[in-house]
Design a protein around this ligand. Structure first.
Ligand code: FAD
Length: 541
């Protein structure tokens, strides 16, 4: 009994002590984060100013396009609007202009919403019964931890937003098509037109199956996760990590255990997500690891969901979940990841999921896509015409490093968190998951730091790595206190090595130099000054 009490007090003070030391390290991060937030707020203000200023658009509404965009999803529509707003003549070719009905892209992180504001497109989340999201709640074996986005310094409209994907896409498309210099048409792009290694445009079939060609000095390919065109423009290394099995529950946002929050259940073998997609509906996504799914058609999936998944859900959600399984309205999507590995090609560039993908557990894909649109718009802004393809390719080299803070932070976090939440059967991996949940449950900077990274509000890879190893050290501390035994010491070493094994391959695929030492890359420095000038332009507009 006495030993038990001693152990408890050691656990409390010892682990608390370690946390305190880590806290000091992280305080630095938090301090910088604060500065970043303020900066973003200014960006927001400038974004709003920009759309109100009518006179910055000097557009040409006839003649050949400056840009052909393939795909009018998140990236393609946002890019079409922003380039046209800067006066370019834009032709968009989209395979299907009717409202998409998909289980993807339904929660936009606050960082993504800020990018939407920066592009002057924030009204696209209005009029679609979208719901404001203020953070996440993590559940594990009956306990829960609330992680609130650090939005204190922003105005009240800045938050995450969740919605029906199709409704949001239609709003983005309408916004782009509202500009007279955007020509949006339905057609399926079959291939790129290349002459002597330079892309000149695309071949496409219109909706009646007739063949057409579209030419422009710049072709931007945004044809999404199943891209057929990316093979010419990058080295695709697509990995299907798991599948999401999705259904929409008839459950009011206000009836969620924590209204206006995403819910992540740390179930076995992998996590389950819930978040509102309208005032009366909640999206549920069940992660099923591996390449193969139980069959939806022969009833194996329903059996799996009822017997393996439902018992692990909070009681408030279980009834609606089981009811939905009975209806058979269940869909699935592969969860792909693909590091950005461009093959810079004169006359063309890739964007969005066609270019780079990460596990959707953290809902970061749209934030990365919109952030990339902002970087590309800023880089293209000072270029009068795009006809010198070689010079343009050289100019756009910096895009691949300038996008890194946001993209690599979100990508790395998504990959690492998925591995931590979906542990291997060994004890060290299980300890890491426990440590992660308990670390996030500590609150204040221990939860605010990671949630700021996830939300896209603090895109700093160094802070991500600091938090990741802080979690691992916290896990080791718990193992060693109050009395380290050789067995526990060994487990601690395995935990550290497993943490390293999780994060290092992801960081390597993102590019260590681009992530942590961008300043050593000459193209980055050239591009950074262009982006800076663009921001000044926004501020003065
Ligand atoms: C299961 C799942 C859930 C997700 N949930 C979230 C989330 O909650 N939050 C988040 O931020 N991200 C999420 N994502 C990721 C997000 O959906 C993507 O990052 C985002 O949609 C990428 O936008 P995009 O414009 O590149 O592609 P898309 O939005 O997919 O757009 C591609 C467009 O190209 C068109 N197209 C394709 N081929 C052709 C062709 N040959 N010719 C003409 N047009 C063509 C398509 O019709 C489509 O309109 C999720 C992903 C998955 C798989």
């Amino acid at each position: 009994m006495e030993i038990n009490l001693m152990q408890k007090s050691w656990e409390f003070y010892g682990v608390g002590g370690i946390s305190l030391v880590l806290g000091f390290i992280l305080l630095y991060s938090l301090h910088e984060n604060k500065g970043r937030n303020t900066k973003l707020e200014k960006t927001t203000a400038s974004g709003v100013k920009k759309i109100r200023s009518e006179n910055i658009v000097k557009c040409r509404i006839d003649g050949p396009p400056d840009v052909v965009i393939v795909g009018a999803g998140v990236a393609g529509s946002a890019l079409a609007y922003s380039l046209a707003k800067d006066g370019r003549q834009v032709q968009v070719i989209e395979r299907d202009l009717s409202q998409p009905d998909r289980i993807v892209g339904e929660l936009l992180q606050p960082g993504g919403y800020l990018k939407l504001v920066e592009l002057g497109m924030e009204e696209c989340v209005s009029g679609i019964d979208s719901q404001q999201v203020y953070g996440y709640v993590l559940y594990k074996e009956g306990k829960y931890a609330k992680l609130t986005y650090p939005l204190q310094e922003f105005s009240s409209d800045i938050s995450g937003r969740s919605f029906h994907h199709g409704r949001f896409i239609q709003r983005l498309r309408q916004k782009a098509a509202s500009l007279p210099n955007v020509r949006m048409e339905q057609g399926t792009v079959m291939s790129l037109i290349e002459e002597k290694g330079t892309v000149k445009g695309v071949k496409y079939k219109n909706k009646d199956g007739q063949d057409f060609k579209a030419f422009a000095p710049l072709t931007i390919v945004c044809d999404g996760c199943f891209s057929n065109l990316r093979k010419n423009l990058c080295i695709p290394q697509v990995d299907i990590v798991s599948h999401f099995v999705g259904m929409v529950l008839k459950l009011e946002n206000s009836n969620l255990p924590q209204p206006n929050h995403g819910h992540v259940i740390l179930a076995n073998p992998s996590p389950i997500l819930f978040y509102p997609v309208s005032s009366t509906e909640v999206r549920c996504l069940v992660d099923v690891p591996g390449q193969k799914l139980p069959s939806i058609y022969n009833g194996d999936m329903a059996k799996y969901l009822k017997t393996k998944v439902a018992p692990q859900l909070p009681t408030e959600l279980r009834g609606a979940f089981v009811e939905k399984i009975e209806t058979g309205d269940i869909r699935s999507m592969p969860n792909r990841s693909m590091p950005a590995s461009p093959l810079p090609t004169p006359g063309a560039i890739l964007l969005g999921d066609a270019f780079n993908m990460r596990h959707p557990l953290t809902g970061g894909g749209m934030t990365v896509a919109l952030s990339d649109v902002v970087v590309l718009r800023d880089l293209l802004r000072p270029i009068e015409d795009f006809s010198d393809a070689a010079a343009l390719t050289k100019h756009l080299e910096s895009f691949y490093t300038l996008r890194k803070p946001v993209a690599s932070t979100i990508n790395t976090l998504a990959g690492a968190l998925y591995k931590v939440f979906c542990p291997a059967p060994d004890q060290a991996s299980k300890e890491m998951r426990e440590a992660c949940f308990d670390y996030l449950s500590l609150g204040v900077m221990y939860s605010q730091g990671p949630i700021a990274l996830l939300s896209g509000l603090n895109p700093r890879p160094m802070s991500l790595v600091a938090h990741f190893f802080a979690v691992a050290l916290y896990g080791v501390g718990r193992l060693l206190l109050p009395f380290p035994s050789p067995k526990r010491l060994m487990l601690g070493v395995r935990l550290l090595s497993s943490a390293y094994g999780i994060i290092f391959p992801i960081v390597k695929s993102e590019g260590v130099r681009q992530m942590f030492f961008p300043i050593t890359i000459p193209a980055y420095n050239r591009g950074a000054s262009v982006v800076m000038k663009s921001a000044m332009f926004d501020l003065m507009a």
